[in-house]
Design a protein around this ligand. Structure first.
Ligand code: FAD
Length: 502
């Protein structure tokens, strides 16, 4: 029997993963990517001798022993890669000269928090117990839920049963609601800003648990290098990527997806069509809104997405050796509030890439500041390119001046600046509203599962962050893996995986 073919739209991590697992299972796969390189959001770019990393702060599954690690091995992404596990997640300074250090080792974090806020002993102990409880949780990702049989369901229940009280308790509380329990002003102020305030605190506990176990490290070399290693794995298995190939239509005949049309007018056909591209564009543009039902429309009308970002990177002729290596850097208060893109800010968060020597020459460092911002603000501003550019320059100047106050002498050491706005993210990756991670999870949506298919359309599937709420690299990777399990089941063939050697 001839091997079936798959067309995949998008060479982000989800598309590359779908391609890799398709090749492992003897499908003939072709990826069509609008950009000239792989990675999608998982990317880096060079400016004046500096490499700006646009993604990876931590990679869940970075060390052997977890199911996630196995997936990165199958994708050839982790072999031979040096991983850095930072001792600090971030530092939070307040206006009274006090510093809260979020250590990644939970015992050290607990001790530090108790020293800072003995009056909050009970809440601190409850929090650190939550992290310790989460260190025992292993997400069941080996088998796609869509191919579960009754026995799998029972096995899952047994595996997850001991953790149900932990998951239930912590998924219902947002970070900001938990923060309100602290009496200590520093902890009360810091907690909502460690991550997004509306996130369920479970996601913070899980992340700190992974970091404590040293399985959410930073892969040295950064994001594009990481994506390229998966691209290499894909090409080595005979997969084909077509770059500079924007898909403008998914071809449908008798409610069956049969192919795609590219911007240049060419049409390409396959047995299955998989979109690993933006969900909104796929459903409403590439498929002309013909397979949207109330449920799906409801997602796009009502669910929150991760706020788009203004992403400011500076190349600084300075080593920052006095600063600790950390996942999310430093947050410090401003003497006076500033307004950035119409929004007021009272503090600045800065990521200092002093831990990755591959990103800048010796003695030089990339530093990054990001602000959540509104897509429509930037979209309308960009209609006047001069004003758009001027606003970007003004923001860069503001940020440099603020950093100069915290790090005296910095302004004179800045050799490069690069500003990406929500519109930049949209232009380069197609992501709706320029979001950086798709659907945001909240205590109301943390358990939301989305279908990879659209009702009434056969031979069509979606993978990636628009069908895996919460987004991130591991979900993008297992989304492509799960899809291949679904196809193998449909085609009555066993699902196989392989691990390449170095
Ligand atoms: C600043 C930042 C920091 C992050 N930090 C982390 C982190 O530390 N850890 C983590 O796990 N995750 C992190 N993420 C999130 C992570 O990068 C994403 O969730 C993940 O990469 C999404 O992968 P994807 O394949 O689903 O989508 P995408 O990366 O968006 O890939 C979609 C691909 O489809 C292509 N495409 C779109 N439309 C078309 C079309 N019409 N025709 C052809 N091609 C098309 C795009 O060009 C793109 O290559 C971060 C993201 C950002 C921006």
């Amino acid at each position: 029997m001839e091997n079936k073919s798959i067309i995949i739209i998008g060479a982000g991590i989800a598309g590359l993963s779908a391609g890799c697992y398709g090749q492992m299972n003897n499908y003939q796969t072709h990826i069509f990517e609008m950009h000239n390189m792989p990675g999608g959001l998982c990317t880096s770019w060079k400016r004046q001798g500096y490499t700006i990393d646009g993604c990876l702060a931590w990679l869940v599954g970075s060390t052997p022993g977890s199911d996630f690690y196995r997936i990165w091995e199958e994708l050839g992404a982790i072999q031979g890669r040096r991983i850095i596990d930072h001792e600090e997640y971030m530092r939070f300074e307040n206006a009274h000269g006090k510093t809260f250090i979020i250590y990644t080792n939970i015992d050290r974090l607990e001790q530090h928090m108790l020293e800072l806020a003995p009056e909050d002993k009970e809440v601190i102990k409850e929090f650190t117990k939550g992290v310790r409880d989460c260190t025992r949780i292993e997400m069941p990702i080996e088998k796609a839920p869509e191919v579960y049989g009754p026995i799998d369901g029972i096995k899952l229940l047994f595996k997850m049963f001991p953790f149900m009280p932990v998951l239930k308790k912590w998924s219902k509380i947002s970070i900001q609601d938990f923060a309100a329990r602290f009496k200590n002003p520093l902890l009360r102020e810091a907690f909502p800003l460690i991550w997004l305030p509306e996130f369920p605190i479970l996601s913070l506990l899980m992340t700190l648990a992974w970091m404590h176990k040293k399985t959410a490290g930073y892969p040295l070399g950064g994001s594009l290098e990481f994506s390229r290693s998966i691209e290499r794995r894909y090409l080595n298995m005979g997969g084909e990527v077509h770059y500079n190939s924007r898909v403008i239509k998914i071809l449908v005949e008798n409610n069956r997806a049969v192919g795609i049309r590219l911007e240049d007018g060419s049409e390409h056909r396959a047995d299955y069509i998989v979109s690993a591209a933006d969900g909104h564009a796929t459903i409403f543009d590439l498929l002309d809104d013909k397979y949207t039902n109330e449920k799906i429309r409801g997602y796009y009308d009502n669910l929150p997405i991760f706020s788009p970002l203004i992403h400011i990177a500076l190349g600084v002729n300075r080593s920052f050796e006095e600063m600790p290596h950390s996942v999310a850097g430093l947050s410090f208060p401003l003497d006076e509030p500033i307004t950035i893109a119409g929004k007021e800010w009272r503090r600045l968060g800065v990521h200092i890439y002093n831990f990755d020597p591959t990103l800048a020459k010796v003695g030089k460092t990339v530093v990054k500041v990001m602000f959540p911002s509104d897509y429509t603000y930037w979209k309308s501003l960009r209609e006047d390119l001069d004003r758009y550019k001027a606003e970007k320059e003004q923001i860069a100047d503001q940020v440099v001046a603020l950093l100069d106050r915290r790090f005296p002498g910095l302004a004179a050491q800045v050799e490069m600046h690069d500003i990406a706005t929500p519109v930049t993210f949209h232009r380069y990756t197609g992501n709706w509203q320029g979001t950086f991670e798709g659907w945001m999870i909240t205590p109301d949506t943390w358990n939301l599962r989305m279908s990879k298919t659209l009702l009434g359309l056969d031979n069509f599937y979606m993978v990636g962050q628009w069908v895996e709420p919460g987004g991130g690299l591991p979900p993008a990777a297992f989304s492509g893996r799960n899809l291949t399990q679904i196809l193998c089941k449909r085609d009555k063939r066993p699902f196989v995986t392989t691990v390449p050697q170095n």
